[in-house]
Ligand binder design. Structure first.
Ligand SMILES: CC(C)(COP(=O)(O)OP(=O)(O)OC[C@H]1O[C@@H](n2cnc3c(N)ncnc32)[C@H](O)[C@@H]1OP(=O)(O)O)[C@@H](O)C(=O)NCCC(=O)NCCS
Length: 200
């Protein structure tokens, strides 16, 4: 089981109800990080549209790292469209941690979830969105050399063949359930008390 509490914050799945928090996190990334995350310069509007579209794509998932209820880091897994049913399943991974929270193991914890999710979905190739000069992402990817073999471009990782086990599916499910329960409990605590309607 992967730890949900990392460097002072909680990791859980990002749900459609987190849309605004997800967009706000990506918009808060400084200019350079935003460029590294999307591999190009993007506007706030682009990010809003990206996040809205994210939840429309079946099979795409994201994990968020929340500090005091604010989303400060994200790991995303998006399925690429296979040209045929027999083609290998290809997915794309992307990561973002706000600058002031880096080098605390959050990127690594998010990537561990994305690698597990890709394997559980039987993806065989995990492309990491990473520019050639992005040293931090390259360093992060290297930590997963037991799971991925990198092709010559250093950014396309082939997931090393490992059978999907009932245990790894169960671990993903259990982590997701724990996160969901945590979200519901927190929403309950923050809900405004509803004043009873006057009788009559
Ligand atoms: C890449 C990114 C997500 C890493 O997040 P993070 O929380 O700092 O990562 P971690 O603390 O888990 O670091 C894991 C490993 O990555 C490597 N790493 C992280 N930052 C690094 C840096 N600036 N230089 C070199 N290696 C780095 C190290 O090997 C590190 O392990 P270590 O701390 O034991 O040495 C973060 O730098 C980021 O959001 N960058 C901007 C967006 C981006 O480039 N995304 C990737 C492309 S989608």
């Amino acid at each position: 089981m992967q730890h949900s509490f990392v460097n002072g914050g909680w990791i859980r799945r990002i749900y459609p109800s987190d849309r605004a928090a997800f967009a706000a996190h990506l918009i808060r990334l400084d200019h350079e990080s935003r460029h590294d995350r999307f591999a190009m310069a993007v506007s706030d509007d682009y990010i809003e549209r990206y996040v809205t579209g994210f939840f429309d794509a079946p099979g795409d998932i994201a994990y968020g790292w929340f500090v005091d209820g604010v989303l400060r880091g994200a790991g995303e897994l998006r399925q690429a469209h296979s040209p045929s049913a027999d083609a290998e399943r290809v997915a794309e991974g992307a990561f973002s941690v706000e600058k002031e929270f880096r080098r605390g193991g959050v990127g690594e914890a998010l990537m561990a979830r994305i690698v597990r999710a890709a394997r559980n979905r039987r993806d065989s190739v995990l492309c990491l969105l990473c520019l050639a000069e992005n040293r931090s992402m390259q360093g992060l990817a290297k930590k997963f050399s037991a799971d991925l073999t990198f092709e010559r471009d250093q950014i396309t990782g082939r997931l090393l063949a490992r059978h999907v086990t009932a245990a790894s599916l169960w671990q993903e499910w259990a982590d997701d359930m724990r996160g969901l329960v945590g979200t519901l409990v927190s929403a309950h605590h923050h809900a405004e008390p509803v004043a009873p309607k006057p009788a009559g």
